[in-house]
Structure formats: C-alpha cells, structure tokens
Design a protein around this ligand. Sequence first.
Ligand code: NAD
Ligand code: DAU
Length: 347
Amino acid sequence: MNILVTGGAGFIGSNFVKYMLKNHDYNIINLDLLTYAGNIRNLSEIKSNSRHKFIKGDIGDRDLLEKIFIEHKIQIIINFAAESHVDRSIANPEIFLKTNILGTQALLDVAKNHWNVATNDKNNRKFKQGVKYIQVSTDEVYGTLGKDGYFIEETPLAPNSPYSASKASADMIVRAYHETYGLPINITRCSNNYGPYQFPEKLIPLIINNALRNDTLPIYGDGKQIRDWLHVEDHCRAIDTVLHKGENGEIYNIGGNNEKENIEIVKLILNTLGKSEDLITHVKDRLGHDRRYAIDNSKITTKLGWSPLYTFNEGIKHTIQWYLDNDEWMREILSGEYMKYYEEIYK
Ligand code: NAD
Ligand code: DAU
C-alpha cells in the first residue's frame, strides 16, 4: 500500500512518517515544499529507508500531483501540509489561503480523479486507487471557549484568525467533496501538539530555546490563555487509528484532556531548566487571541478505542530533554530566515 503524506518534513508530519514506517509496512511518498517550517533534517534517521521517498513540491501543483498519483499508485492521502502559525497569518494572511485552501482543493481534485479509476497492477488485477483522504485539521476551527464547555464535533465552526479561517474553509471543501462526489474522507481536529522537532516559533520550543539562551520570554497579555496539550506521538497514533478504523465521512476530535494556562507551562519549563522567572516578559497580546481551547475526545475514545499514552509531566520532560540533546538542530534554524521573523514580531 502506498500512502501520500503531505507536509511530512514539518513538525507533526515528520513525526508521523517515522511513526508509520516503524509501525506498518506501508510505502510512504512524502511531498513537502520545504518552506521555512519544513526541514529535511527532521527526516535524517529515515534517509536510507527504502519504504520512504521524499519529493520536494507544492500540494497546489496539479501536474506534479498527477505524476505522483500515477507513478506511485497512491491509495491513501494524509494532508498535513499547511501554513500553520497563527502570528504569521495575522501578519500575512494570503499565503494561508493559497496553501491551506487552494492547495487542499488541488489535492482533493487529483484524489477524486484517481479514486474511481480502475487500474491494472503488475498481476493484472483490477483495484481502486485513493481508498481514503484524511484532512489533518485543528481545534482552532471552533473558535474560542469561555470558562466552561468543550469542543465537540458538532460545535459550529467560528474561526477567529486568518489561519483558523483557512483551515475551516479547507474542512468545508473536504466535506463538500465527500457529499458531492462521494470521495471517502475523514477530518481530524486536534488540540495543541508538543514534542520533538517543533519549530521554535511555537510556544513550547520558543520558551525552551529562549530560556536556554537566557533571553526574555514573551508572554502575550496576561498569559492565562488555556490550551489543551497533546504529545505529538499520541496525535500520530490517533491519525493511524482514524486511518484504520475511522468511519467514512466522519470527523474526529483529538485531545488529551490536558488543559494548561500558558503561564503555567512557562513556569514549569523554567523550573525544569533551573532558570529564573525574571526572564518572563508580558508583551502586547496577539490580535483576536482565542482565550481557551478544550477538546471533548469521547467520540474517538469510545468509538475507535484511541486514548493518549503520555502524561503531560512525562511528555514535557522528554520534550525538554530532546531540545537539550539536539541543540545543533536548533542552532541551524537560528542561523537562518527565522531570526528575521523573530526580530520583526518581537523586537
Ligand atoms: P509545520 O508548520 O511544522 O509543518 C508544515 C509543513 O508543511 C512544512 O514541512 C512545510 O514545508 C509544508 N508545506 C507548507 N506549504 C506547503 C505546500 N504548499 N506544499 C507542500 N508542503 C507545504 O506544521 P505542523 O505543526 O507540523 O502542523 C501540521 C498540520 O497539522 C497542519 O495542517 C496544522 O494545521 C495541523 N495541526 C497542527 C497542530 C499543532 O499543534 N502544531 C495541532 C492540530 C493540527
Ligand atoms: O490548537 C491547535 C493549534 O495549535 C494548531 O492548529 C496551530 O497550527 C498551532 O500553531 C497551535 O496554535 P496556537 O496559537 O495555540 O499555538 P502557539 O504555540 O502559537 O501559541 C500557544 C499559546 O501561547 C497561545 O495562547 C499564544 C501564546 N504565545 C505564543 C507565542 C508564540 C505567547 O504567549 N507567546 C509567544 O511568543
């Protein structure tokens, strides 16, 4: 079986590709544009794995997609590729619409073209390509919560940032291709991930990195915003579960029942690293900042039997240790384009 994974050089995608190669016999075709967030070094441990093929390219490039589908007889598509950072979407929304909406539509079109095409394999058997399309979406499509309540799959979409609006639009298009053309799909909506290989623009690696370098820690507003954190490996297992057990056309929320205030996480990291809380600096709040996310994961836990394996305490310890052990990986990022972005946003 050949799986097309898009965005497989990013944080979650690279963890997913490695997880799948380790746990299954599938061949993985990994299509990634290697934007600032994509890093081929995230894949160095599978460089010589014959079941993994990396292709540099854009999910919006239909000619390339056609070629990949034909050459590799793609049967499953898992779309991680996206512009993923909220702050960047506030500064420059357009690329978010292009990649996250139009890119998704290009993928869907090509998947649809190939889905119903009966092809001969080398033993001259007829089979159908494109068994399933999975859209990796986010809990941010639901908008923000007050003190109480949880996001369920039926919560109305109310995205508040250009990023989340682009992801919500993509979800609607995926749904439409299922309803209109019968394309077999699932949509997953996960809460905040943390773990190895996360780009340092995101809260947890940013705080670890700045604290290690004794730089100030920019906390938006009062720091009491709440996110529901899940270790990336648990997210990978959840997508694997949806791939194998998900019911056609269904949406699955993914989360670990692990709500934390940002400031609590920052203090935990400082404490673990033995650094002073004086590094904390409250800065201007993010525009349209969502106050609280919290996932009701009962659909995926009861219907598909998935549940998270990591506790937050062990996951965050393991993550901090990974960043301590992989300073070279971080230093390479800090020597490039990222620093220009950091200067513009924070200084
Ligand atoms: P990331 O920014 O680390 O990685 C995105 C990857 O997509 C990069 O490798 C990048 O090069 C690639 N990419 C961007 N544009 C592309 C294009 N046009 N064609 C091909 N590749 C392209 O993001 P991430 O945090 O790994 O998130 C992956 C997916 O999971 C995204 O769709 C995101 O919306 C979703 N998600 C993320 C989280 C989270 O907490 N990080 C939570 C829930 C859902
Ligand atoms: O909920 C899932 C989403 O989680 C994903 O869809 C997104 O791709 C991913 O980026 C993430 O979005 P957030 O905006 O929640 O993550 P971020 O790490 O950017 O911020 C987490 C919280 O920390 C948020 O409340 C903003 C705050 N923050 C963030 C940064 C970068 C700060 O206070 N200071 C910072 O410098």
